[in-house]
Design a protein around this ligand. Structure first.
Ligand code: NAP
Length: 529
């Protein structure tokens, strides 16, 4: 157990924190719970005013999960309260909040505190973190900011001049009354296909601007029966069995997605049949039929998207957008369509998140600069060479298209919790993944991805970075990731024992707190590498 060196009082001067977790979505909250259980000393910073991350922020009408409910929870906190087989956003947010309460970690989260920057200090061997609540010096930082947190706004000529309501799907303006208005939705991704059916019946007219038609499958969504809900609550193992069956069923998709895309053909036939069943108009059928292999972009599920597009008050517009004017949208064929409101459902900065620009590693370069040069590379999604004593949750190549991210997050929690345990038990002062471990790991990832539909399916997606590499998705079965993250592999890292670090010079104005408590003796052999 690490000694409590965290001083969370927000008085003058720099606060000393042992482990600083940034973010309190599924990843950051999970880290807080795991570190609390391990008896570690930590503080969570959260820029929002509640836990939940992307599920707190995405409150758009129709927001719901496309992973089955029983699979979409922490393994240590199953939720017998789910009311449907696919949960709507409010239920997921309520679940996350209830977990924070049950594990009593809210008191260790500082809400409304935004991290501005984090610099590795080569003198103190700690992270200097600047926040809007003052400065913090942290021994270890765990970045749990998530991949889907920074809305990506489209770079469309004139969009800043639009005079009506305009907002991003992840920043829904609930004060804007869309009833009876002419509304445009830009984008046809996972968010848009939930928004369109939710608002189509309320607005006077809806223009849906599609750049690329997505593959949409039927959504096997239904209310749980009272018997099922009783069984989730009272029959030992019933919910866990349901979860296991969902896990195995979903995992079979990996064969087609990552290894042999030919096995995705049955899914494509099902998606084509879905179009034929739900849309009569030939022209609309043509417009919604994708021109790339299913799975290349995230497969979407909906039973009401196509019927919404077929409504008389909805137009699917496939001519590219030329510009936005003060009161409408002009497409490249010159057509002007006036609108009162624009909903921008254009996704998130994933491979180019602005948060990367504020993290500066040991050679002074930002994570953004490092990723710009090499692509978003890391080691087991949890560490990046040049960024000592920093761990990432939902880092490079940990994303999924087919199953629950919570499973991947829990795998990373095993790894990062064990890393912190190892740092403490070996009295390590600084630890950094070795460049050769990281390069070798990425070589094997990219090799594995070569056969995937994401690389060969003929689409452009946010899975790929500007170098054309897939730096977002895990290329195999998720149980393989669970296996490689089961334990922290110290041999892949370069570490320096706390006792071997050069002493921190004491200045007259400030005397930084020691990185590790002085009283502990350091077994140098174990830590030096
Ligand atoms: P997204 O999947 O990235 O989709 C963005 C959409 O906007 C795409 O249709 C894209 O077209 C379009 N677009 C982007 N820039 C544009 C531009 N300049 N002009 C016109 N169209 C533009 O974003 P999202 O729908 O918000 O979903 C993001 C991720 O969030 C999903 O992949 C999923 O992981 C997650 N999500 C999950 C759920 C769930 O049910 N669990 C629900 C919502 C979101 P192109 O296809 O041509 O790029």
């Amino acid at each position: 157990m690490s000694l409590p060196v965290t001083d969370t009082s927000s008085g003058a001067g720099t606060r000393q924190v042992d482990t600083l977790i940034i973010g309190s979505g599924f990843a950051g909250l999970g880290a807080a719970i795991r570190l609390a259980r391990a008896g570690k000393d930590f503080l969570v910073l959260e820029r929002g005013h509640d836990v939940g991350g992307t599920w707190r922020d995405n409150t758009y009408p129709g927001a719901a999960c496309d992973v089955p409910s029983n699979l979409y929870s922490y393994s240590f906190a199953l939720n017998p309260e789910w009311t449907r087989s696919f949960s709507p956003q409010p239920e997921i947010q309520a679940y996350i909040e209830s977990v924070a309460d049950r594990y009593d970690v809210r008191r260790r989260i500082e809400f409304g505190c935004e991290v501005k920057s984090a610099h590795w200090n080569t003198t103190t061997h700690r992270w200097d973190v600047t926040t809007d609540h003052g400065d913090i010096s942290a021994r270890v930082v765990v970045s749990a900011v998530g991949a889907l947190c920074e809305p990506s706004l489209p770079d469309i000529t004139g969009i800043e001049n639009f005079q009506g309501e305009i907002f991003h799907s992840a920043r829904w303006n609930h004060d804007a009354d869309l009833a009876g208005k002419r509304v445009a939705v830009i984008g046809t991704g996972a968010s848009a296909i939930q928004i369109v059916p939710a608002i189509a019946g309320k607005v006077a007219h809806l223009d849906v601007y599609q750049r690329t038609a997505p593959w949409v499958m039927p959504r096997a969504d239904r209310e749980y029966t009272p018997v099922e809900r009783f069984a989730f609550r009272h029959v030992p193992g019933f919910q866990r069995l349901s979860r296991a069956l969902q896990y195995v069923t979903r995992e079979t998709q990996v064969v087609g997605l990552a290894k042999a895309p030919v096995f995705l053909k049955p899914l494509e036939l099902a998606a084509r049949a879905h179009i034929r069943r739900q849309i009569r108009d030939r022209e609309l059928r043509r417009k919604v039929t994708p021109n790339f292999q299913i799975g290349c972009k995230r497969m979407l599920i909906s039973n009401n998207y196509y019927p919404a597009l077929a409504r008389p008050n909805v137009d699917l517009i496939t001519d590219g957008i030329a510009e936005v004017t003060a009161d409408g949208i002009v497409t490249r064929d010159g057509t002007v369509r006036k609108v009162d409101a624009i909903i921008v459902a254009t996704g998130f900065h994933v491979t180019d998140s602005p948060t990367f620009a504020g993290i500066f590693g040991k050679d002074g370069r930002s994570l953004a600069d490092v990723f710009d040069a090499t692509g978003m590379q890391g080691y087991k999604g949890s560490a990046v060479a040049g960024f000592p004593n920093m761990f990432f949750l939902v880092g490079p190549n940990t994303g999924l298209g087919h199953t629950s991210m919570v499973y991947m997050i829990e795998s990373q929690l095993n790894y990062v919790t064990d890393a912190i345990r190892t740092i403490d038990s070996h009295r390590i002062g600084t630890i950094e993944v070795r460049e050769d471990s990281q390069s070798e790991y990425n070589r094997s990832l990219q090799d594995a991805l070569r056969t995937s539909v994401w690389s060969n399916g003929g689409c452009a997606s946010w899975y790929l970075d500007k170098h054309g590499n897939n730096t977002t998705l895990w290329p195999g079965f998720t149980f393989e990731f669970r296996r490689i993250t089961k334990e922290f592999d110290l041999a892949a890292y370069r570490s320096v024992a706390a006792a071997d670090l050069p002493p921190v010079p004491v200045t007259v104005e400030s005397a930084p707190a020691p990185a590790t408590p002085k009283k502990t003796r350091t077994p140098r052999k174990a830590a030096a590498k």
